[in-house]
Design a protein around this ligand. Sequence first.
Ligand code: RUB
Length: 296
Amino acid sequence: MDKIKRTEEDIRNLKIQGATNIALAVIDTLFEKDLASSEVRSIAEKLAYARPTEPLAQNALRYIFSASNQTREYYQQKATEYKEAIQKAKQEIINNALSLIQNEAVYLTHCHSSTVVAIFKKAKSQGKSFAVYATETRPLYQGRITARELTQAGVEEVTLIIDDVAESLIEGRLKQVDAVFIGADLISEKGFVNKVGSLGIARAAERKGIPLYCLTTLLKYDPRPFSDDLIEKRSGEEIWKSPPKGIRIYAPAFDFIPYLSNVKIVCEKGIFTGSEVKRIVRRNYPFLFIDKSAVK
Ligand code: RUB
C-alpha cells in the first residue's frame, strides 16, 4: 500500500488520532508529493477530509493552495509555514496553560488530546504534583493512551474511569475536581467540538462551578455556523460488531459544546471566553474567513 493510502486509512481507523496528529500527518504525507502537480489537490482533499470534522487539517489546504499556478517550492514553503504554525501554537498554548495547573489539584480529562497531555507533562517536569482522572473513551478507548502517556511521564496519580463515572466524579462523589482540561477538534463562533461525551462533562462542570479549559489552536476555526451535519458519524460496528437484525446504532464521534459560562479557551494568543473567539481568529488568521468553497 502506498504512503498516501496508508495515511488515509490510519486516519480513518484512528491509528492516527487527535486533531493535531491528524493535521501533521496530512502535511508530512503531502511533502512526499510535488505540491504543484495537478493530482495533488484531490490527494490532499482525500487526506484532509478522511475525518470530516477536522478543520485543522482542512484549513491547511486553504492556506497552502490559496494561490494557483505557483511553483513546487512555493507550495512547499506554504506547507512548511502551516506546519510550523501548528507547532508554535502548541508551544504557546502550553505556556499559556501552565499556570492553570496547581500543586495537589485534581483534574479530569476526556479522550486523548496531545495538547492536554503536553501541558500535564510540562507541569510534571516542573515539579508539580497533581492527580488526573482520564475517561477511557468508548468505544475506541483513546483515554487509555492518555492514561499511559501521563503515567510514563511520571504523573503520580492517574486514574482511569469509564465514561459514565465522569458526571458523578464532577458532582464530588470521590474527590473535588478542580478543573476539566479537554482539547478541541473544531472551534466556531458559538461553541467548540470535542469527543462525544464532552457536552455532558461540560454541563456537569458548569452546574458545579468548575472551570473547563479547552486547549486549542485558533487554526481549528471553522467559519461555518455549526450544524449537526458537521459532526462525523462513526460506523456502528465499533460499538457492536454484529448486532441482532433490526437494531440501529447511532455513533457520533463528537459533541458540540456551546460556550457555557465555565468554558475558557486556552489558545496561542492567551485565555479567552468563547464570545471573543471569532474576533481573535479574524485578527490573527484572516485567511480562515475566505470562502471555503475555494477548497472543497
Ligand atoms: C480526539 C479528540 C481530541 C482533539 C484534540 O478525538 O477529541 O480531544 O482531537 O486533540 P479522536 P489535539 O480520538 O476521535 O481523534 O489536542 O491533539 O489536537
